[in-house]
Design a protein around this ligand. Structure first.
Ligand SMILES: O=C[C@H](O)[C@H](O)[C@H](O)COP(=O)(O)O
Length: 142
């Protein structure tokens, strides 16, 4: 189950992400926002972070204008590793090395095609499980 959250800046791109998830038969829970009316990205970062930490969802996708604010906000929650990605290499590396559980993207930074490639990579790349990465993540968590 994938938790989705965005602010007004990310709303249009999130609609494309939802289309992608539905076309690929992937389950999601959409925590909003549900329009382009101005809102505050920390509210949606909180909902998605809590959905993951409660075990309700396994991964999350957060979108705002830059991907920065909503990722900063999500990373304030212990156990969340949110990564703002602008290309597929970053998405692959953050899954393999950081075991990121939230993908952040900026709708004012990347186009739809790039965003969907990033989503695809993020969702399909496993954590490498290598000892060095586990050790580093443990240091973050501690
Ligand atoms: O990091 C913050 C995000 O990019 C927000 O989407 C952005 O700050 C919203 O800006 P505005 O309220 O001017 O649309």
């Amino acid at each position: 189950m994938i938790a989705l959250g965005c602010d007004h800046g990310g709303y249009e791109l999130m609609k494309e992400v939802i289309k992608y998830l539905e076309e690929h038969g992937l389950e999601y829970k959409n925590y909003g926002t549900y329009s382009t009316d101005s809102c505050d990205y920390p509210d949606y970062a909180k909902k998605v972070a809590e959905a993951i930490l409660s075990g309700e969802c396994e991964k999350g996708i957060l979108i705002c204008g830059t991907g920065i604010g909503i990722t900063i906000a999500a990373n304030r929650y212990e156990g969340i590793r949110a990564a703002n990605c602008t290309n597929s290499f970053m998405a692959e590396a953050t899954r393999e090395h950081n075991d990121a559980n939230i993908l952040g993207m900026g709708a004012r930074v990347i186009g739809v095609g790039t965003a969907l490639k990033i989503v695809d990579t993020f969702l399909n790349t496993p954590f490498s499980d290598d000892e060095r990465h586990k050790r580093r993540i443990a240091k973050i968590e501690n």
